[in-house]
Design a protein around this ligand. Structure first.
Ligand code: ACO
Ligand code: KIV
Length: 516
């Protein structure tokens, strides 16, 4: 589809230029080339690779991106001066398709205080700069910086003059993110309606996000007739950033019923582009960011998870595959319900009957109350524990420990032994020793401890501890495992599991020999 057609919106990506203007987001030459290559692969129509007069590095980047480019148009920014335009033309020279993007401010505030130029002088600069740029390349974009705060009649005169001088794209930036959607749409519609030669150029928008309206303003402008949107990956850009490319593209795709415009972007590369830009710039994407945030396709609440399992469209308006993810995630946490838990258990390869599933679910909810997020490993550890303990004759009921630098450490432990609860308090050389002594007091045994090992199931200070205890008795060794967010409870469980295994071994050799 031709970029000029009525239902085609041209995607102009300025991650490498306006995106790089984010304080701290500088990228080196090789990084810019990698991003440009991916943008081209995605089907971006115009890649603004930099501002060549700004520095030698910016010149090199535009030049290198121009050299490696193919189908995409490569743009370089230039103020309304011959020196800027010459430098941009030189940098862009190797590109098969190149665009000089020249701009000047048109708002009363910018003209008076920043440029310190009279409006008529600015108008003349528009004509001269566009004509000069056209003498260098065929494709010239002119931008009215601070266009949304420009006096309408003057803006019409500037736009008409720029088109007459040879501009093929007219960009009306909302430079300071001040516009609101209906007002901005009306401005674009007014220009297209009033400027006599408006049909000779593509109208473009470039919105900043100071009020969080960059995407809304851009889409409103598209509905009003704009056919180029300037945007950046992850919404990177000066101050609060620019309109986010992924949001523009996915909004147009998802709501084609209201906005029937095509962008030509391969949306399955969106996640890759987001990750690349975030890794290179060090600007992490907030978890709840639309389209590319970690939570954009993640569901934690039980009601939503249940809906998702029945039909993903209940809570997702786009498929994860459409943006390059393999699947949505059902995050296991304290808001999860039985349906999601059952699904997770099945996904992890376990088959539990309803009773066991209910018991495991209760334990999962207790764990989720303690942990921010319950990972797959946690669920697996919990079920292993559940399966392991189902037929145990000895169970840990309660443990409280006095630990710290003041000796002696004590452990008060309650065990259920063949259905009867027994409690004992023991002192020890450290809290683990006190706990194990309490167990031995409640379940006298000649078994010797051969191994005591602790490791964290997942990361973080709220991670579950998984403890392994090895006991030896009469030449027989058994291993017991226990997991819990409390290392001492996990230790008690591990010891008791090992004891249970010893009891089974003893029963096998002398069925009546249980002495607990
Ligand atoms: C809205 C935007 O995002 S516009 C792009 C903004 N990006 C950048 O500024 C990044 C790159 N910029 C730079 O590296 C530097 O500012 C340069 C190389 C462009 C210019 O540096 P300097 O010559 O030292 O000028 P400085 O930055 O201090 O001031 C800008 C000058 O450009 C003038 N100017 C600003 N915009 C324009 C314009 N569109 N056309 C002509 N002159 C302009 C200003 O009036 C000012 O002129 P003055 O020095 O006569 O007062
Ligand atoms: C140069 C123009 C397009 C710009 O970046 C702005 O106005 O924000």
């Amino acid at each position: 589809m031709s970029p000029q057609s009525a239902d085609r919106v041209i995607i102009f990506d300025t991650t490498l230029r306006d995106g790089e203007q984010s304080p701290g987001a500088s990228m080196n030459l090789e990084e810019k080339c990698r991003i440009a290559a991916l943008l081209e692969q995605m089907g971006v129509d115009v890649i603004e690779a930099g501002f060549p007069i700004a520095s030698r590095g910016d010149f090199e980047a535009v030049n290198q991106v121009a050299k490696q480019s193919g189908r995409a148009i490569i743009a370089g920014l230039a103020r309304a001066t011959k020196a800027d335009i010459d430098r941009a033309a030189e940098a862009l020279d190797p590109a098969p398709r190149k665009r000089i993007h020249t701009f000047i401010s048109t708002s009363p505030l910018h003209m008076k205080f920043k440029l310190q130029m009279e409006p008529e002088t600015v108008l003349q600069a528009v004509k001269d700069s566009v004509a000069y740029a056209r003498s260098k390349v065929d494709d010239v974009e002119w931008s009215a910086e601070d266009g949304s705060r420009t006096e309408p009649d003057f803006l019409c005169r500037c736009v008409e003059a720029a088109i007459a001088a040879g501009a093929t794209t007219i960009n009306i930036p909302d430079t300071v993110g001040y516009a609101v959607p209906d007002e901005y749409a009306a401005l674009i519609a007014m220009l297209i309606e009033r400027v006599p030669n408006a049909d000779k150029a593509v109208f473009s928008v470039h919105c900043h996000n100071d009020l969080g309206l960059a995407v809304a303003n851009s889409l409103a402008a598209v509905n009003a007739g704009a056919r180029q949107v300037e945007c950046t990956v992850n919404g990177l850009g000066e101050r609060a950033g620019n309109a986010a490319m992924e949001e523009i593209v996915m909004a147009l795709r998802t709501r084609a019923d209201r906005m029937p415009y095509d962008t030509g972007i391969d949306t399955t590369l969106i996640t890759r582009a987001s990750k690349l830009v975030s890794t290179i710039t060090g600007f992490t994407v907030q978890p709840n960011k639309a389209i590319v945030g970690k939570n954009a396709f993640a569901h934690e609440s039980g009601i939503h998870q249940d809906g998702m399992l029945k039909n993903a469209q209940t809570y997702e308006i786009m498929t994860p595959e459409s943006v390059g993810l393999t699947k949505s995630t059902l995050v296991m946490g304290k808001h999860s319900g039985r349906a999601a838990f059952r699904d997770k258990v099945r996904e992890l390869g376990y088959t539990l009957d309803d009773d066991k599933l209910n018991d495991a679910f209760k334990r999962f909810k207790d764990l989720a109350d303690l942990k921010k997020e319950v990972f797959d490993e946690d669920v697996a550890a919990l079920i292993d524990d559940e399966i392991l303990r189902a037929r145990d004759r000895i169970k840990v009921v309660e443990l409280s420990v006095m630990a710290g630098s003041k000796k002696p450490q004590t452990a008060e432990l309650t065990l259920e032994i063949d259905g009867e609860r027994k409690t004992h308090t023991a002192e020890g050389d450290g809290p683990v020793d006190a706990t194990f002594k309490a167990i031995k007091a409640l379940v006298p045994t000649t078994a010797r401890l051969q191994l005591y090992q602790v490791h964290a199931v997942t990361q973080g200070t709220d991670a579950q501890a998984e403890v392994t205890v090895r006991l030896e008795e009469g030449g027989k060794t058994v291993n017991g495992q226990g997991s819990d967010t409390d290392t001492l409870v996990a230790s008690a469980k591990a010891y008791v599991t090992a004891l249970n295994k010893l009891l089974v071994k003893r029963e096998k050799t002398a069925p009546a020999a249980m002495s607990a």
